[in-house]
Write a protein that binds this ligand. Structure first.
Ligand code: F42
Length: 321
């Protein structure tokens, strides 16, 4: 099964148009990212809801710091109503760098996400909620059933996802990352007395497809550079990437020297941190991921050197195969 990520860096109507295109070519879920400096995630989901008929639509992912959880329950409930029951709530600890700029303290992210999921589930069930700092909050409308997915990377967050979520969105593209993550999620589910098969596992991957392999790889470079620069040492080790190579890219990003950033991205980094290549290459990688226990491949930025033709190409030659 395939999903696709859109970043609301463009007007909601444009994303809605792309969401419809993605639906028409066979994608099953549309995920919209949430960062305060882009367009609002729920406005974008509302437009995408009205322009599509079948796809599921999710926040990919929101967080409990920039939005009060009662407001989140109300917002995703409204999207569920508008879309005829197609909403999914994706929630994670959020992006520390943007919180620092907003003056928001990132205290106890694991605990915060755990409490948020529990409170949102109760709110969506129309209970009166006195947890996660609330004092008797209750929705005045019936939002319907909404699955909750966690955005997770670290082992404790992955285990929590296994214990409490309907699914997990993992920012990774390589089978080795899932060989690590899937057993942790399954252990979390088993410890909580759930069936591990009840947790959907989504590879939220940097993806770039084109008939020309070199063009596809080149389009992925800038996204891969940021992933390499932000990866912890154990993840770099897992993929045989030297810490100095990744640090050199971070240094070039900090200086705004994008020529050096691009020059610093190695073929091994592209292999580790993206699914990039011809439709056949991408399909082969998708099949490898599905074998590790992944249930959904989320096609993330850049999608391809030319986004619209890449969406059509992926529909025809990757999803359709
Ligand atoms: N972030 C956004 O802000 N917007 C997005 O649109 C977005 C999309 C997205 C999609 C998929 C995905 O996987 C991640 C995405 N993210 C997005 C990033 C996400 O919000 C997180 O930043 C990212 O997933 C990293 O989170 P993590 O799973 O690595 O969790 C962090 C908090 C971590 O350090 N986890 C540790 C772990 O092992 O899992 C545990 C830390 C811990 O235990 N902390 C204790 C606690 O109680 O929280 C406190 C410890 C202490 O000493 O205080």
């Amino acid at each position: 099964m395939f999903g696709i990520e859109f970043v609301p860096e463009e007007p909601a109507v444009k994303i809605g148009y792309l969401a419809k295109l993605a639906e028409d070519v066979g994608f099953e879920t549309i995920w919209i990212t949430d960062h305060y400096n882009n367009r609002d995630v729920y406005t974008t989901l509302a437009v995408a809801s009205l322009l599509t008929n079948r796809v599921r639509l999710g926040t990919g992912v929101t967080n409990p710091y920039t939005r009060n959880v009662a407001v989140t329950a109300s917002s995703i409930g409204a999207i569920n109503e508008l879309s005829g029951g197609r909403a999914i709530l994706g929630i994670g600890p959020g992006d520390k760098a943007t919180f620092d700029i907003m003056g928001i303290e990132w205290d106890k992210p694991l605990t915060r996400v755990k409490d948020a999921v529990s409170a949102i589930r109760a709110l969506l069930a129309r209970e009166r909620v006195s947890q996660a700092g609330m004092k008797g909050a209750q929705l005045k409308f019936n939002p319907g059933r909404i699955p909750i997915y966690l955005g997770a990377q670290g082992p404790k967050m992955l285990e929590l996802a296994g214990a409490v979520a309907d699914g997990v969105l993992i920012n990774a593209s390589h089978p080795d990352d899932f060989k690590f993550a899937v057993p942790v999620i399954r252990k979390g589910a088993e410890k909580a007395g759930r069936s591990p098969d009840d947790v959907q596992i989504c590879a939220y991957a940097s993806f770039s497809a084109d008939k020309d392999r070199a063009k596809a790889a080149n389009a992925a470079k800038i996204v891969v550079a940021f992933i390499a620069a932000g990866s912890p040492e154990n993840v770099l080790d897992r993929h045989g990437i030297a810490l100095e190579e990744a640090r050199a890219i971070s240094g070039s990003i900090a200086k705004g020297d994008f020529k050096s950033v691009m020059a610093g991205v190695t073929p091994r980094m592209i292999e580790a941190f993206s699914i990039a290549g011809t439709p056949e290459d991408c399909r082969a990688r998708a099949d490898e991921l599905l074998k590790t226990g992944v249930t959904q491949i989320v096609v993330g930025s850049p999608i391809g050197p030319n986004r619209e033709s890449a969406i059509k190409l992926i529909g025809k030659q990757i999803i359709g195969k």
